[in-house]
Write a protein that binds this ligand. Structure first.
Ligand code: AMP
Length: 123
């Protein structure tokens, strides 16, 4: 693991994966769980997480197994198609560590759509 941060098995998404905290699942397979963000910042706001223990995108893109990496990115298409976001588009974000503003230390992708999301950064 080298420079990867230590994975906290008590983070809130680990608890969701263990079924200890409820979630509104929109998609699941052997590698990935996707569920509604509890505090949506867009009409549609979904979080997509790998089932493996990865703290953030830096950890995952360095240490993720090829099957896990393919599964996570393929799931984006399956989820956006299922939710009807593929036609008009969406925004995909992953906040990494302190400068990225990451709050939950289990890698997650934010899918936001259902309406124009606006500029990448507030002016
Ligand atoms: P980030 O700042 O990228 O780490 O985003 C963490 C996201 O997790 C935020 O958008 C929160 O609203 C969301 N969140 C926190 N707890 C839960 C939960 N129990 N269920 C669903 N979403 C959550």
């Amino acid at each position: 693991m080298g420079d990867a941060l230590m994975y906290d098995t008590n983070n809130i998404f680990a608890k969701i994966l263990r079924g200890e905290i409820p979630n509104k699942t929109v998609f699941e397979n052997d590698w990935v769980l996707a569920f509604e963000d509890i505090s949506p910042q867009a009409k549609v706001h979904i979080l997509v997480i790998p089932k493996g223990e990865y703290t953030d995108m830096d950890d995952f893109s360095k240490n993720g197994k090829p099957d896990e990496i393919v599964a996570l990115f393929r799931s984006v298409h399956e989820i956006t198609e299922k939710l009807g976001l593929d036609k008009d588009g969406y925004r995909l974000i992953s906040n990494c560590r302190a400068n990225g503003g990451q709050e939950v230390p289990h890698l997650h992708l934010h899918i936001m759509g259902g309406e124009p999301i606006g500029p990448l950064r507030a002016k």
